[in-house]
Design a protein around this ligand. Structure first.
Ligand code: NOJ
Length: 553
């Protein structure tokens, strides 16, 4: 065996086949009643996740933060923000999850800190050229008096990527770079002090017992030398997923960082894992993040971005297995997260909707609810049959649609503010979960407060309602997860089957999987016994926008 083949021989590490459930702590469960979810809320609902049948949870950031970007603006990487609880609450949540056999991944935000981080405050107080400024990306401006930004880069959230500071003597001064909001200054990852700080932060959480990290903006931490101008297409996906050769995405230098972190995690027992958030345009490029000595997983965004089209879906699955397989990594699968329109709405959109734009009252191409529900369920039924690790986003097990009618005055995503309302942003996928139809805030808490208003029709998606309905989306997910485990679907390979141009069909051992993405029913033939139908139907013809798992006599 070559060295690569040895690495590539799939081991039994848990992350190769795990179903990982993303918790967005602000919106999961709120024990304090202040309208924002918290860690004790998560602990109180772990049994529901155990019943659902997931293997691990990933928590979006709960560290100390002024919450200018919902916690992706961290002021202290080693503490819990009071709105979410305390470090003791974290330890308790972790222990309770582990006691139930649920692993815990935490979010790490290394590309940038909050402007309230001690280091950035020190940088502002220090002089140009100082070691304090060298932890971030400060540059002199262009123009006669430095009044123009150092280059033309545009922030992911809209507006320029540079902010000018006022120097200690009160004069207009240097500019600092922020890929995201102006309150999120980017670190300079060429600085060894930054590198050492993050090794130490990794160890802080590893020592507490976390099973790994989801690494934020894992394609953005290194910028091209010279910081030359770049003109992004106006209809670009906000995180860069569709563009090649962007000077702040996917630079070679990021890989050195993950090789280094790989060795830090390897010091610990228990197969701790790194999962990268790297929005790259192709699967071949995405797979670079999971070469044997780098990260363990990376999100499969090309899969997430695939529209409801059989040819494209077959192709992206095939390519995912090929490209991740070529570097010895499992493919991951994901359809929803806190940055994209929920897939129970997205897959039925009838107009273009670049990632990050969101949907609001005035959007074009809004989805038909029934079509979105059918496609969402069918898409998840296919996804949970694929070999590799799958990420679920809280609420998709209830079939939650995007909240599309949020009023302007409740919006909180910096995208909305930095584009002057031109892009709605991501609030619509972040609305707090409905747990009980008849309780205040649908059981999100006892007070009835909610940091984003829950649509009235979400009563029908409440967990208690779905628990009582054998045909609910929750019942479907629970059944899929149970069968996935029983049939060991997280590992192994698949064999393609041909059910025509509009179907996606494959076999996992003796288990057949088929989805109909066309406009006419697809006949499955004789001797079919169904294990799962994404929505109930009679006979052996797979209805439009439906998927099934079945065995054949
Ligand atoms: C990606 C995160 O998923 C997103 O929510 C956040 O706004 C940006 N990174 C900046 O941290």
């Amino acid at each position: 065996m070559t060295e690569l083949e040895q690495f590539a021989a799939p081991g039994s590490e848990w992350w190769r086949s795990a179903v990982i459930y993303q918790i967005y702590p602000r919106s999961f469960a709120d024990a304090s009643g202040d309208g924002i979810g918290d860690l004790p809320g998560i602990t109180s609902r772990l049994d529901d996740l155990k019943t659902l049948g997931i293997d691990a949870i990933w928590l979006s950031p709960f560290m100390t933060s002024p919450q200018k970007d919902a916690g992706y603006d961290v002021a202290d990487y080693r503490d819990v923000d009071p709105i979410f609880g305390t470090l003791a609450d974290f330890d308790e949540m972790l222990a309770q999850a582990h006691a139930r056999g649920i692993r815990v991944i935490v979010d790490l935000v290394p590309n940038h800190s909050s402007d309230q981080h001690e280091w950035f405050q020190q940088a502002l107080a220090a002089a140009p050229g100082s070691p304090e400024r060298a932890r971030y990306i400060f540059r002199d401006g262009k123009g006669e008096n430095g009044e123009l930004p150092p280059n033309n880069w545009q922030s992911v959230f809209g507006g320029g990527m540079w902010e000018r500071v006022t120097e200690a003597d009160g004069t207009p001064g240097q500019w600092y770079l922020h890929i995201f909001d102006a309150t999120q200054p980017d670190f300079d990852w060429t600085n060894p002090e930054v590198q050492e700080e993050f090794r130490s932060i990794l160890r802080f959480w590893l020592d507490r017992g976390v099973d790994g990290f989801r690494v934020d903006v894992a394609h953005g931490m290194v910028k091209a030398d010279g910081l030359h101008d770049y003109h992004a297409p106006t209809d670009a996906d906000s995180m860069g997923g569709g563009e090649q050769n962007v000077p702040y995405w996917g630079q070679d230098g990021v890989h050195d960082i993950y090789r280094d972190w790989h060795t830090v995690l390897a010091e610990y027992d228990g197969d701790r894992a790194l999962c990268g958030e790297a929005w790259m345009p192709t699967l071949k490029q995405t797979a670079l993040w999971v070469r044997p000595d780098e990260m363990h997983q990376t999100f499969n965004f090309p899969y997430l971005m695939t529209p409801w089209d059989a040819t494209q879906l077959r192709e992206v699955i095939r390519e995912s297995l090929d490209e991740f397989g070529a570097v010895g990594a499992p493919s991951t699968w994901v359809l929803s997260n806190h940055d994209v329109v929920r897939h129970f709405s997205r897959l039925a959109l009838t107009a273009d909707n670049p990632q990050g734009e969101g949907i609001g009252p005035l959007s074009k191409g809004k989805p038909d609810t029934a079509v979105g529900q059918a496609r969402g369920r069918a898409a998840s039924t296919v996804m949970l049959a694929l070999p590799g690790s799958t990420y679920l986003y809280q609420g998709e097990e209830l079939g939650l649609p995007e909240a599309m009618e949020l009023p302007d005055d409740v919006r909180q995503d910096p995208t909305w503010f930095r584009t002057n309302g031109e892009r709605y942003g991501r609030d619509g996928c972040r609305v707090p979960l409905p747990w009980e139809a008849d309780a205040p805030a649908f059981g999100f808490n006892e007070s009835g407060a909610s940091w984003l208003p829950q649509p009235a029709e979400w009563a029908t998606y409440a967990r208690d309602v779905e628990q009582a309905d054998p045909d609910s989306t929750l019942a479907l997910y629970t059944q899929l997860l149970r069968l996935r485990r029983e049939h060991n679907l997280g590992t192994g390979s698949l064999v393609w089957e041909d059910l025509g141009a509009d179907a996606v069909a494959f076999r996992r051992g003796g288990l057949h999987v088929a989805a109909n993405l066309g406009a006419e029913p697809v006949e499955l033939g004789e001797g079919v016994t169904f294990l799962v139908q994404s929505q109930p139907f009679e006979g052996t013809a797979l209805p439009v926008d439906t998927a099934a798992w079945y065995v054949k006599a």
